[in-house]
Structure formats: structure tokens, C-alpha cells
Design a protein. Structure first.
Ligand code: ADP
Ligand code: MG
Ligand code: MG
Length: 252
């Protein structure tokens, strides 16, 4: 099984240190949730792994099966089996969702091993049905502005089509009504298994009622300050974050 290791990660934005040494190890087969108050660096963690140019990694490493992810180009990260949230070919106009998905799948494959069109369509139909998506979503142009809910569903569709080794999902639950939330969770639960690992970043415990994480981590002030199992997220739901601050002597 593959392993994604985040070791002593320090990240700065515009010279300001946001992540102050994050350590996390995710194995395939495991779902990890990262929770924490607003502004504690959760999205910064996702963006740094994603390779967003604005986020400077000043110390530490991210390794996928021992390979340095931070030295890879963004498309190489995807090819190596990391899914880093919704991807848009924003510079290309006139690309349908379906075209984009097919080229993204083929980009992960060796030359000569491209997915056959019939296989692709079958898989796309199956997954769109599963996610209760309108079939016309596949022929819509990516740049033509999906709604918030459509974007989240589409993100999960991308995930199901690409079947990455690891998915890093930031706030996939934000702004979703309960039906959309259930569908998004259903997709992740479908992928769950020996060949998939995920880091699910969420501000709210709500999502974790539908996706039971194996591990829960709390981030505060740029560090993982507490880790536990599912019971940790339930306690956070009931009691908020103050008890952790008190336990650790953290001041706001
Ligand atoms: P979270 O996802 O936990 O809410 P973020 O990672 O978005 O937290 O933000 C962590 C800190 O970094 C916050 O103090 C925020 O103001 C700051 N920050 C985030 N993005 C930027 C940015 N693009 N430029 C400057 N500061 C930023
Ligand atoms: Mg935020
Ligand atoms: Mg965030």
C-alpha cells in the first residue's frame, strides 16, 4: 500500500509563517479528517501539497512512497496518484467536462494505454448515475460556471473517474444542502478501500456523520495539536474547541 507522509512542514504566505511544523502520515485504506477553527492553516496545508505558487514551503517535506512531492510539477503530482481538489483547465476554453475527464484519465496512463471511448462512457455514466448528476453535466463546458453544489459533485465525479491513490479534499461540504452532502459522502464511501486514502479537511463535524474517518486531527495555529479517532470529532461537535485550547494552554 502507498503512503503519503507530511513531515515537519513549514509554510509561509508573503513572508508570514502559517504552518509551523505539520506532521501527518496517511496510508492507503485510511480516511483522515483534519478539523480546526477558521484561520488555523487547514487550507494552507492543502494548497501547499497542491503546489500553489503563493505558498512557500520553507522547511519539511511531503513524500509519496518516499518520492518528494514538493519537487514535482503540479501535473506530475496528479500522475503520481494525488488528487488535489477540483481541477479546472482554466486557460483552455471550449473544453467539456467529459473531454476534460478523459484527458485527465489519459494523462495518468502510459502512452498506448489510453482509456477506450466506450469504457470511458460506461464508467462516466455509471458514476454520474451513482452521484445523481444530470447527464448534461458531462457535455457542459468547464469554464461556463458550475454552481457551488455542482462543483462539489463534479469534484467527487473527478475523484471517482480518476481513482487516485490519495485524495486531498478541502471543504467539500461547505455550502452544500443535506442532499448534496449525502451524495458527496456516498461517492467518497464508494471509493473507500485498500487502494484509496484521503485527507478530508472540514470546519464542521457534519460531514463526518456521513463519512466516518479512521483518524481525526485538530489543527490550531499552524500545527496538528491533537489526534484521535472518530470520537474526537464528536466531542468537538458537542463542546467546540475551547477544551483543547485549555488543555494545551493555547491563547487566542
Ligand atoms: P483555514 O483553512 O484553517 O481556515 P487558512 O489556511 O485559509 O486557514 O489560513 C491560515 C492563515 O493564513 C490565516 O491567518 C489567513 O488569514 C492566512 N492566509 C490564508 N491565505 C492567505 C493569502 N492568500 N494571503 C495572505 N494570508 C493568507
Ligand atoms: Mg478559512
Ligand atoms: Mg480553509
Amino acid at each position: 500500500a502507498s503512503v503519503l507522509e507530511i513531515k515537519g512542514l513549514h509554510v509561509e504566505i508573503d513572508g508570514k509563517e502559517i504552518l509551523k511544523g505539520v506532521d501527518l502520515t496517511i496510508r492507503q485504506g485510511e480516511i483522515h479528517a483534519v478539523m480546526g477553527p477558521n484561520g488555523t492553516g487547514k487550507s494552507t496545508l492543502a494548497q501547499a501539497i497542491m503546489g500553489h505558487p503563493r505558498y512557500d514551503v520553507t522547511q519539511g517535506e511531503v513524500l509519496l512512497d518516499g518520492e518528494n512531492v514538493l519537487e514535482m510539477e503540479v501535473d506530475e503530482r496528479a500522475q503520481a496518484g494525488l488528487f488535489l481538489g477540483m481541477q479546472y483547465p482554466s486557460e483552455i476554453s471550449g473544453v467539456t467536462n467529459s473531454d476534460f475527464l478523459r484527458s485527465a484519465i489519459n494523462a495518468q496512463r502510459e502512452e498506448g494505454d489510453e482509456i477506450n471511448l466506450m469504457q470511458f462512457i460506461k464508467k462516466l455514466d455509471k458514476n454520474m448515475n451513482y452521484l445523481e448528476m444530470d447527464l448534461d453535466m458531462s457535455t457542459r463546458y468547464l469554464n461556463e460556471g458550475f454552481s457551488g453544489g455542482e462543483k462539489k459533485r463534479n469534484e467527487i465525479l473527478q475523484l471517482m473517474m480518476l481513482e487516485p491513490k490519495f485524495g486531498i479534499l478541502d471543504e467539500i461540504d461547505s455550502g452544500l444542502d443535506i442532499d448534496a452532502l449525502k451524495v458527496v459522502s456516498k461517492g467518497i464511501n464508494e471509493l473507500r478501500g485498500e487502494e484509496f486514502g484521503a485527507l478530508i479537511i472540514t470546519h464542521y463535524q457534519r460531514l463526518l456523520n456521513y463519512i466516518t474517518p479512521d483518524y481525526v486531527h485538530v489543527m490550531m495555529q499552524g500545527r496538528v495539536v491533537k489526534s484521535g479517532g472518530e470520537e474526537l470529532s464528536r466531542r468537538l461537535e458537542a463542546e467546540g474547541y475551547d477544551w483543547i485550547k485549555e488543555e494545551l494552554g493555547i491563547e487566542d
